[in-house]
Ligand binder design. Structure first.
Ligand code: SF4
Length: 324
């Protein structure tokens, strides 16, 4: 059965102009589809543009170039009505459950705010829905009258999830939703997100730097480097046949519990720093760290292309291997 495209990103770029002819290229020419019901994991080092991409997909940032479509129809984010309609379908769970909840609002007000903005239900029904949502995320109705500071990090993230669910979205950007939490509660939140996805037919974009978590939760994985999408494939495929040198290095950086196996890793973890995203040089963004860099890599930007069914890579070397 053909998969249904929910969101399409078509050559999306996001630039921030810093003055003095300096431009920070946070996202560069990203094209991908997000299918209904899937979890698309987005991974990369800090500063790779994954959170900016999540905010562009949400309509929080307007793309500098490119377009976003929802169910095949372009969303004009500059158009207030389009943005309002789209925000009914797409919600976000933020990384920091401490900073993302207004400390002056009760939990009930935080959860019902979206329903008020979107004129959903009368006051009594909204209150009822707040109680139901609290129970759905593993809290209870008595929590509605309390304030965020009375809760632990894991409980606050549950409140953030209830807030995202309140207007019955189809799509949720999960922006590193567990990275600020204790390890002991991370798996509880992941399991909650998975259960909710099944129950409510949700589609997720799951942004993370922890590759183990991404593998566990994702159907497909997009690897980003310096604002660029460098590899995109099904989760099993990308772990079994990693093709881009950056993805290979990123996977090699995940420690293996067995010390002997760890010592025998063929690919070394990535070294050196990510170059500045301000006024980036032409050519492959990974060229200054890539052990396979060739002359062409420093002058021509590789294009993302499908090298195997549903496996997309942006690398001159992979292209050359195929031609041999
Ligand atoms: Fe390395 Fe060149 Fe491939 Fe970039 S295009 S990842 S520099 S081999």
């Amino acid at each position: 059965m053909e998969k249904e495209k929910l969101i399409t990103l078509d050559h999306i770029s996001k630039h921030f102009y810093l003055g003095n002819k300096q431009t920070l290229v946070a996202v560069n020419d990203v094209t991908l589809d997000i299918y209904k019901g899937e979890t698309l994991g987005v991974v990369g080092e800090s500063g790779c543009g994954k959170s900016t991409l999540g905010r562009v997909v949400m309509g929080i940032y307007h793309p500098t170039k490119g377009k976003i479509s929802y169910r095949g129809k372009e969303v004009n984010l500059k158009h207030t009505k389009d943005r309002y309609n789209y925000s009914e379908k797409a919600q976000i769970i933020f990384q920091d459950p401490y900073a993302s909840l207004d400390p002056r609002m009760t939990v009930g007000s935080i959860i019902s705010e979206g329903m008020e903005i979107h004129n959903m239900y009368d006051r009594e029904k909204r209150q009822q829905r707040v109680y139901e949502l609290l129970e759905t995320v593993g809290l209870n109705r008595e929590h509605a009258n309390r304030f965020p500071h009375e809760f632990s990090g894991g409980q606050r993230q549950r409140i953030g999830i209830a807030r995202a669910l309140a207007i019955e979205p189809e799509f949720i950007v999960c922006d590193e939703p567990i990275s600020a939490l204790d390890v002991s509660v991370q798996s509880q939140i992941i399991n909650l997100l998975r259960d909710l996805q099944k129950k409510l037919s949700l589609t997720y974009m799951f942004i993370a730097h922890d590759l183990n978590i991404v593998k566990y939760i994702s159907d497909r994985i997009a690897v980003m480097y310096l604002g660029n999408l460098v590899e995109l494939a099904d989760s099993d495929e990308i772990y079994a046949h990693t093709l881009h040198p950056y993805s290979q290095a990123l996977l090699a950086s995940v420690p293996i519990p067995d010390p002997d196996e760890e010592a025998q890793k063929k690919i070394q973890p990535i070294t050196g720093d990510v170059p500045s995203p301000i006024n980036p040089k032409p050519g492959c963004p990974f060229a200054n760290r890539c052990p396979y860099a060739m002359d062409v890599c420093r002058s021509e930007s590789p294009k993302l292309r499908e090298v195997k069914p549903n496996h997309f890579v942006s690398c001159h070397m992979v292209q050359q291997q195929e031609k041999v």
